[in-house]
Design a protein around this ligand. Structure first.
Ligand SMILES: NC(=O)c1ccc[n+]([C@@H]2O[C@H](COP(=O)([O-])OP(=O)(O)OC[C@H]3O[C@@H](n4cnc5c(N)ncnc54)[C@H](O)[C@@H]3O)[C@@H](O)[C@H]2O)c1
Length: 265
Protein backbone atom coordinates (compact mmCIF):
# COMPACT_ATOMS: atom_id res chain seq x y z
CA UNK A 1 0.00 0.00 0.00
CA UNK A 2 1.20 3.56 -0.74
CA UNK A 3 2.68 5.36 2.26
CA UNK A 4 1.32 8.90 2.48
CA UNK A 5 3.63 11.84 3.15
CA UNK A 6 3.77 13.03 6.72
CA UNK A 7 1.50 15.90 7.71
CA UNK A 8 2.44 18.99 9.76
CA UNK A 9 5.19 18.92 12.34
CA UNK A 10 2.87 17.61 15.04
CA UNK A 11 1.32 14.93 12.84
CA UNK A 12 4.16 12.42 12.74
CA UNK A 13 2.86 8.99 11.90
CA UNK A 14 5.73 6.55 12.37
CA UNK A 15 5.27 3.81 9.83
CA UNK A 16 6.32 0.24 10.52
CA UNK A 17 5.27 -1.93 7.58
CA UNK A 18 3.41 -5.22 7.58
CA UNK A 19 2.77 -5.87 11.27
CA UNK A 20 -0.81 -6.83 10.37
CA UNK A 21 -0.19 -8.54 7.05
CA UNK A 22 -3.19 -10.81 6.33
CA UNK A 23 -4.79 -10.24 9.73
CA UNK A 24 -8.52 -9.62 9.97
CA UNK A 25 -9.10 -6.42 11.95
CA UNK A 26 -12.57 -5.22 12.92
CA UNK A 27 -12.81 -1.54 13.85
CA UNK A 28 -16.09 -0.52 15.41
CA UNK A 29 -16.49 3.26 15.26
CA UNK A 30 -13.88 3.73 12.54
CA UNK A 31 -15.68 6.10 10.17
CA UNK A 32 -13.93 9.23 11.42
CA UNK A 33 -11.66 10.73 14.06
CA UNK A 34 -9.51 8.41 16.15
CA UNK A 35 -11.06 5.23 14.70
CA UNK A 36 -10.39 6.34 11.14
CA UNK A 37 -6.77 7.10 11.98
CA UNK A 38 -6.35 3.59 13.45
CA UNK A 39 -8.12 2.03 10.45
CA UNK A 40 -5.84 3.87 8.04
CA UNK A 41 -2.75 2.69 9.89
CA UNK A 42 -3.92 -0.94 10.05
CA UNK A 43 -4.73 -0.93 6.32
CA UNK A 44 -1.28 0.47 5.51
CA UNK A 45 0.23 -2.35 7.53
CA UNK A 46 -1.50 -5.05 5.50
CA UNK A 47 -4.70 -5.78 7.45
CA UNK A 48 -7.93 -7.06 5.95
CA UNK A 49 -10.07 -4.36 7.47
CA UNK A 50 -13.75 -4.29 8.32
CA UNK A 51 -15.07 -0.96 9.59
CA UNK A 52 -18.44 -0.70 11.32
CA UNK A 53 -20.09 2.58 12.18
CA UNK A 54 -23.52 4.18 12.45
CA UNK A 55 -22.52 7.16 10.27
CA UNK A 56 -23.10 5.88 6.70
CA UNK A 57 -21.78 8.91 4.76
CA UNK A 58 -18.52 9.04 6.75
CA UNK A 59 -18.20 5.26 6.47
CA UNK A 60 -18.42 5.50 2.67
CA UNK A 61 -15.95 8.40 2.59
CA UNK A 62 -13.40 6.54 4.73
CA UNK A 63 -13.78 3.33 2.71
CA UNK A 64 -13.15 5.27 -0.51
CA UNK A 65 -10.03 6.96 0.94
CA UNK A 66 -8.50 3.75 2.28
CA UNK A 67 -9.31 1.79 -0.90
CA UNK A 68 -7.85 4.54 -3.10
CA UNK A 69 -4.57 4.22 -1.16
CA UNK A 70 -4.54 0.47 -1.84
CA UNK A 71 -6.01 -0.76 1.47
CA UNK A 72 -8.21 -3.84 1.77
CA UNK A 73 -11.37 -2.58 3.42
CA UNK A 74 -15.02 -3.49 3.73
CA UNK A 75 -17.67 -1.65 5.72
CA UNK A 76 -20.85 -2.59 7.54
CA UNK A 77 -23.26 0.11 8.77
CA UNK A 78 -23.98 -0.78 12.40
CA UNK A 79 -25.64 0.85 15.38
CA UNK A 80 -23.87 -0.71 18.37
CA UNK A 81 -26.91 -0.05 20.55
CA UNK A 82 -28.85 -2.71 18.63
CA UNK A 83 -27.94 -6.30 19.57
CA UNK A 84 -29.43 -7.67 16.33
CA UNK A 85 -27.22 -5.35 14.26
CA UNK A 86 -24.15 -6.34 16.26
CA UNK A 87 -24.96 -10.03 15.67
CA UNK A 88 -25.35 -9.38 11.94
CA UNK A 89 -22.02 -7.50 11.93
CA UNK A 90 -20.01 -10.31 13.48
CA UNK A 91 -21.78 -12.94 11.33
CA UNK A 92 -20.92 -10.98 8.19
CA UNK A 93 -17.25 -10.50 9.12
CA UNK A 94 -16.95 -14.25 9.72
CA UNK A 95 -18.76 -15.06 6.46
CA UNK A 96 -16.17 -12.93 4.62
CA UNK A 97 -13.00 -13.83 6.49
CA UNK A 98 -13.67 -16.89 8.75
CA UNK A 99 -11.71 -15.28 11.63
CA UNK A 100 -11.14 -12.06 13.60
CA UNK A 101 -7.61 -11.35 14.79
CA UNK A 102 -8.11 -7.85 16.15
CA UNK A 103 -11.13 -6.01 17.56
CA UNK A 104 -10.84 -2.27 18.15
CA UNK A 105 -13.90 -0.84 19.87
CA UNK A 106 -13.76 2.92 19.31
CA UNK A 107 -17.42 4.05 19.13
CA UNK A 108 -18.16 6.70 21.70
CA UNK A 109 -20.26 9.77 22.40
CA UNK A 110 -20.15 12.47 25.06
CA UNK A 111 -20.85 16.12 25.72
CA UNK A 112 -20.65 18.39 28.76
CA UNK A 113 -23.85 18.62 30.85
CA UNK A 114 -24.09 19.63 34.54
CA UNK A 115 -24.67 16.54 36.70
CA UNK A 116 -28.00 17.72 38.12
CA UNK A 117 -29.30 18.49 34.62
CA UNK A 118 -28.29 15.12 33.16
CA UNK A 119 -31.43 13.45 31.78
CA UNK A 120 -32.10 9.74 32.13
CA UNK A 121 -32.28 9.47 28.33
CA UNK A 122 -28.82 11.05 27.90
CA UNK A 123 -27.38 8.81 30.62
CA UNK A 124 -28.81 5.70 28.91
CA UNK A 125 -27.67 6.76 25.44
CA UNK A 126 -24.08 7.38 26.61
CA UNK A 127 -23.94 4.06 28.46
CA UNK A 128 -25.40 2.20 25.48
CA UNK A 129 -22.85 3.46 22.96
CA UNK A 130 -19.74 3.66 25.17
CA UNK A 131 -20.19 0.61 27.40
CA UNK A 132 -23.02 -1.73 26.40
CA UNK A 133 -21.96 -1.64 22.73
CA UNK A 134 -18.47 -2.75 23.77
CA UNK A 135 -20.00 -5.61 25.76
CA UNK A 136 -22.27 -6.71 22.89
CA UNK A 137 -19.53 -6.67 20.25
CA UNK A 138 -16.71 -8.13 22.34
CA UNK A 139 -18.87 -10.95 23.76
CA UNK A 140 -19.46 -12.29 20.24
CA UNK A 141 -15.93 -11.62 19.03
CA UNK A 142 -14.43 -13.25 22.14
CA UNK A 143 -16.42 -16.45 21.43
CA UNK A 144 -14.80 -16.58 17.99
CA UNK A 145 -11.34 -15.76 19.38
CA UNK A 146 -11.68 -18.61 21.91
CA UNK A 147 -12.30 -20.98 18.97
CA UNK A 148 -9.23 -19.55 17.20
CA UNK A 149 -7.19 -19.78 20.42
CA UNK A 150 -6.08 -16.17 20.22
CA UNK A 151 -6.77 -12.56 19.37
CA UNK A 152 -6.33 -8.97 20.50
CA UNK A 153 -9.11 -6.74 21.83
CA UNK A 154 -8.56 -3.01 22.38
CA UNK A 155 -11.16 -0.72 23.96
CA UNK A 156 -10.99 3.04 23.45
CA UNK A 157 -11.29 4.26 27.04
CA UNK A 158 -10.14 7.75 28.11
CA UNK A 159 -8.23 9.77 30.67
CA UNK A 160 -11.81 10.11 31.97
CA UNK A 161 -11.72 6.40 32.93
CA UNK A 162 -9.61 7.68 35.79
CA UNK A 163 -10.08 11.45 36.04
CA UNK A 164 -13.53 12.73 37.09
CA UNK A 165 -13.73 15.69 34.71
CA UNK A 166 -16.62 17.99 35.66
CA UNK A 167 -19.82 18.06 33.56
CA UNK A 168 -19.07 14.61 32.13
CA UNK A 169 -20.74 12.22 34.63
CA UNK A 170 -22.25 9.64 32.20
CA UNK A 171 -19.17 9.74 29.97
CA UNK A 172 -16.78 9.28 32.90
CA UNK A 173 -18.86 6.45 34.38
CA UNK A 174 -19.07 4.70 31.00
CA UNK A 175 -15.32 4.96 30.39
CA UNK A 176 -14.46 3.78 33.92
CA UNK A 177 -16.83 0.86 33.34
CA UNK A 178 -15.15 0.09 30.04
CA UNK A 179 -11.77 -0.14 31.79
CA UNK A 180 -13.07 -2.63 34.38
CA UNK A 181 -14.86 -4.60 31.66
CA UNK A 182 -11.52 -4.83 29.85
CA UNK A 183 -9.65 -5.91 32.98
CA UNK A 184 -12.23 -8.59 33.77
CA UNK A 185 -12.10 -9.91 30.21
CA UNK A 186 -8.29 -9.90 30.35
CA UNK A 187 -8.42 -12.28 33.32
CA UNK A 188 -11.06 -14.57 31.86
CA UNK A 189 -9.76 -14.66 28.31
CA UNK A 190 -5.99 -14.70 28.97
CA UNK A 191 -5.95 -18.52 29.27
CA UNK A 192 -7.37 -18.65 25.72
CA UNK A 193 -4.50 -16.56 24.33
CA UNK A 194 -6.63 -13.41 24.07
CA UNK A 195 -5.20 -10.04 25.16
CA UNK A 196 -7.63 -7.32 26.26
CA UNK A 197 -6.36 -3.80 26.81
CA UNK A 198 -7.64 -0.23 26.99
CA UNK A 199 -6.21 2.94 25.57
CA UNK A 200 -6.85 6.27 27.27
CA UNK A 201 -6.50 9.31 25.02
CA UNK A 202 -6.26 12.78 26.50
CA UNK A 203 -7.57 15.73 24.50
CA UNK A 204 -7.57 14.81 20.79
CA UNK A 205 -8.78 17.11 17.99
CA UNK A 206 -11.85 15.39 16.52
CA UNK A 207 -15.54 16.02 15.90
CA UNK A 208 -16.19 14.97 19.52
CA UNK A 209 -14.04 17.77 20.92
CA UNK A 210 -14.83 20.38 18.22
CA UNK A 211 -17.41 22.25 20.37
CA UNK A 212 -14.88 22.66 23.22
CA UNK A 213 -12.14 23.73 20.78
CA UNK A 214 -14.22 26.75 19.74
CA UNK A 215 -13.10 28.40 23.01
CA UNK A 216 -9.60 29.21 21.72
CA UNK A 217 -8.46 31.06 24.85
CA UNK A 218 -9.35 28.11 27.07
CA UNK A 219 -7.72 25.63 24.70
CA UNK A 220 -4.48 27.62 24.58
CA UNK A 221 -4.36 27.71 28.37
CA UNK A 222 -5.18 24.00 28.53
CA UNK A 223 -2.50 23.05 26.02
CA UNK A 224 0.11 25.10 27.89
CA UNK A 225 -0.64 23.15 31.07
CA UNK A 226 0.15 19.84 29.38
CA UNK A 227 3.76 18.67 29.88
CA UNK A 228 4.07 18.12 26.12
CA UNK A 229 2.55 21.54 25.46
CA UNK A 230 0.05 20.68 22.75
CA UNK A 231 -3.28 18.99 22.09
CA UNK A 232 -3.31 15.58 20.41
CA UNK A 233 -4.12 14.55 16.84
CA UNK A 234 -5.89 11.29 15.94
CA UNK A 235 -2.53 10.12 14.51
CA UNK A 236 -1.05 10.37 18.02
CA UNK A 237 -3.40 7.54 19.03
CA UNK A 238 -2.98 5.27 15.99
CA UNK A 239 0.55 4.14 16.92
CA UNK A 240 -0.12 3.20 20.56
CA UNK A 241 -3.48 1.59 19.64
CA UNK A 242 -1.94 -0.57 16.93
CA UNK A 243 0.91 -1.47 19.29
CA UNK A 244 -1.68 -2.95 21.68
CA UNK A 245 -3.18 -4.90 18.75
CA UNK A 246 0.18 -6.17 17.51
CA UNK A 247 2.40 -9.12 18.40
CA UNK A 248 4.69 -6.66 20.23
CA UNK A 249 1.98 -6.60 22.90
CA UNK A 250 1.74 -10.41 23.29
CA UNK A 251 2.68 -10.12 26.99
CA UNK A 252 0.50 -7.07 27.72
CA UNK A 253 -3.02 -7.56 29.02
CA UNK A 254 -5.43 -5.78 31.39
CA UNK A 255 -3.72 -2.39 31.11
CA UNK A 256 -5.00 1.10 30.43
CA UNK A 257 -2.37 2.91 28.37
CA UNK A 258 -2.76 6.68 28.67
CA UNK A 259 -1.79 8.68 25.59
CA UNK A 260 -2.44 12.18 26.84
CA UNK A 261 0.57 14.46 26.38
CA UNK A 262 1.30 13.97 30.07
CA UNK A 263 -2.09 15.24 31.30
CA UNK A 264 -2.20 12.66 34.12
CA UNK A 265 1.55 12.81 34.87
N1 LIG B 1 -11.32 13.08 21.09
C1 LIG B 1 -10.90 12.96 22.32
O1 LIG B 1 -10.34 13.89 22.92
C2 LIG B 1 -11.08 11.65 23.06
C3 LIG B 1 -10.46 11.52 24.30
C4 LIG B 1 -10.60 10.32 25.01
C5 LIG B 1 -11.33 9.29 24.47
N2 LIG B 1 -11.92 9.45 23.24
C6 LIG B 1 -12.70 8.31 22.74
O2 LIG B 1 -12.23 7.94 21.46
C7 LIG B 1 -13.31 7.38 20.71
C8 LIG B 1 -13.38 8.05 19.36
O3 LIG B 1 -13.74 9.43 19.55
P1 LIG B 1 -13.43 10.58 18.51
O4 LIG B 1 -12.88 11.70 19.29
O5 LIG B 1 -12.69 10.04 17.34
O6 LIG B 1 -14.92 11.01 18.13
P2 LIG B 1 -15.74 10.88 16.76
O7 LIG B 1 -17.08 11.45 17.06
O8 LIG B 1 -14.96 11.48 15.65
O9 LIG B 1 -15.84 9.31 16.53
C9 LIG B 1 -16.74 8.48 17.23
C10 LIG B 1 -17.29 7.44 16.28
O10 LIG B 1 -18.25 6.64 16.99
C11 LIG B 1 -19.34 6.43 16.11
N3 LIG B 1 -20.58 6.11 16.83
C12 LIG B 1 -21.32 6.95 17.61
N4 LIG B 1 -22.46 6.33 17.96
C13 LIG B 1 -22.43 5.09 17.43
C14 LIG B 1 -23.33 3.99 17.43
N5 LIG B 1 -24.51 4.05 18.07
N6 LIG B 1 -22.99 2.87 16.75
C15 LIG B 1 -21.81 2.78 16.07
N7 LIG B 1 -20.91 3.79 16.04
C16 LIG B 1 -21.23 4.93 16.70
C17 LIG B 1 -19.47 7.77 15.37
O11 LIG B 1 -20.28 7.67 14.20
C18 LIG B 1 -18.02 8.11 15.10
O12 LIG B 1 -17.57 7.60 13.86
C19 LIG B 1 -14.57 7.56 21.57
O13 LIG B 1 -14.84 6.37 22.25
C20 LIG B 1 -14.17 8.64 22.53
O14 LIG B 1 -14.88 8.57 23.74
C21 LIG B 1 -11.81 10.60 22.52
Amino acid sequence: MRVPKRGGKNRKDHFIPDRFDGQVCLIVGGAQGIGKSIATRLAREGAHLVIADVDRPKLAETKAEISAAGGKVRTIPTDVRRAAQVERLVRQVLAWHRRIDVLMYVSGIGKPVPFVETSEAFWDQTMEVNLKGAFLVSRLVAKQMIKQRGGKIVFMASTNSWDGEGLMAPYNASKAGLFLLGKTMARELGPHGINVNCLGPGFIRTRLTAPIMKDRKFMKKYANLLPLGRLGWPEDIAGPATFLASRDADYVTGVLLFVDGGQLA
